[in-house]
Design a protein around this ligand. Structure first.
Ligand code: MG
Length: 390
């Protein structure tokens, strides 16, 4: 008994240092299913990227692309929609703002992008008695296709679906949160383009807009995007990316602090968060399992077994299961032969294996008659250990 025990403990103490990192999130929450590749509370799921927010409200966070930062040099990031010989003026930079000169035509960002968070600030100068749509009209066109209206309709009634913060021609803003002319207004826009494939609308897209911090559009479906006096067909195909367009509607409107951040891809765009198609889920689960098996190849002992078992949670593999079972059997056999005092040192490992086996049995990842669980449970029972979560 004694020589065998010494041999056994040598095995038991090797390769068991980093299990807890994975163990914290595996064998715990609901396992992956046909539409979700991750376990609930999965520690293998990538950490969100670090973004440093601006010190001031409305300022660009660390991962934003600046389209206008108040400098004349920023003009190089834009181009004109009209040919030079068709324009009667130029947009210009004055006191840190980008100013639309009537007759210059629309301005397009050279940068093209799709789904985004966009921040833009604008100011209507003091008006000269004009009213309705003629008072400091401009607009922010996402991908040149969907207009969030800019208009000085502070105490200036006009048609509701053409007021500031409207998805022009589609949806009025939920509130008129404008400040008077001469004061800066801010738009924070979250834009999801429509996804239409082979004539089928897979996602109508949406716009969320905050005007001066007030929600005026709340996941508003785009319905194909609007336009002047017309509705657009729901099946209009949008490209994946386009320029940001600022409208010249014949009025002097000022802009500043323009930046955007791309949004994480939707499942329809190849993203891995949210509800995925069965095909995408299968592929992602296989990839996660493959990563775990690659990591396991550089490990030994129980750490290796846990990684291999963990991989089965995402995708079955007879080879991975066989290898994990063989390692587990070595340890369980040794535990069964160990003196109670020596076994006490293995308590954490025994309970952890019990937890993993129970989880995999409950979720039918291992067969209900798997050899190891009754043996491990008998050890836990004889030792009088709690099988509560640990
Ligand atoms: Mg407009």
């Amino acid at each position: 008994m004694i020589p065998r025990l010494k041999f056994s403990l040598k095995i038991l103490t090797c390769g068991f240092t980093a299990v807890s990192v994975h163990a914290a999130g595996t064998f715990f929450g609901d396992p992956p299913d046909a539409h979700h590749p991750w376990v609930v509370h999965d520690m293998n799921r990538p950490q969100p990227p670090i973004v440093t927010p601006s010190a001031v409200y409305g300022g660009a966070p660390s991962d934003a692309t600046l389209l206008f930062d108040g400098t004349a040099a920023s003009l190089a990031k834009w181009k004109y929609e009209k040919a030079d010989d068709e324009r009667r003026a130029d947009w210009f930079v004055e006191d840190g703002s980008l100013v639309c000169a009537p007759g210059a035509g629309n301005l397009l960002s050279r940068e093209v992008f799709g789904d985004c968070q966009l921040h833009i600030e604008w100011m209507a100068p003091e008006h000269s008695g004009k009213s309705s749509q003629a008072r400091s009209n401009s607009g922010v066109f996402l991908m040149e296709m969907v207009e969030v209206q800019i208009l000085d309709n502070f105490k200036n009634p006009t048609y509701a679906d053409g007021t500031a913060g409207a998805v022009y021609g589609v949806m009025p803003p939920a509130a008129n949160a404008l400040r008077p002319a001469g004061e800066w207004q801010s738009y924070d826009i979250i834009y999801r383009r429509p996804i239409v494939r082979e004539g089928v609308v897979l996602d109508p897209g949406s716009l969320t807009v905050l005007c001066n911090g007030v929600v005026v559009q709340d996941s508003t479906p785009l319905e194909g995007g609007g336009g002047f006096r017309e509705r657009q067909a729901l099946n209009r195909v949008f490209p994946e990316q386009g320029s940001l367009k600022l409208q010249d509607h014949g009025d002097l409107v000022h802009f500043r602090n323009i930046w955007f951040r791309p949004l994480r891809p939707r499942a329809l765009d190849g993203g891995f968060d949210g509800r995925l198609s069965e095909e995408a889920t299968r592929a992602k689960r296989a990839a996660i399992a493959e990563d775990l098996r690659r990591d396991a190849a550089a490990m030994n002992g129980l750490q290796k077994a846990f990684h291999l078992y963990e991989s089965l949670v995402y995708a079955q593999s007879a080879a991975a299961r066989g290898e994990a079972d063989a390692i587990a059997k070595t340890f369980v056999d040794a535990w069964l032969l160990a003196e109670p005092g020596d076994l006490e040192q293995q308590k954490h490992r025994v309970l952890h294996l019990e937890k993993a086996l129970k989880y995999m049995k409950a979720h039918e990842i291992l067969p209900s008659e798997h050899f190891a669980l009754p043996l491990v449970e008998s050890i836990v029972k004889v030792q009088g250990w709690s099988d509560e979560p640990h």
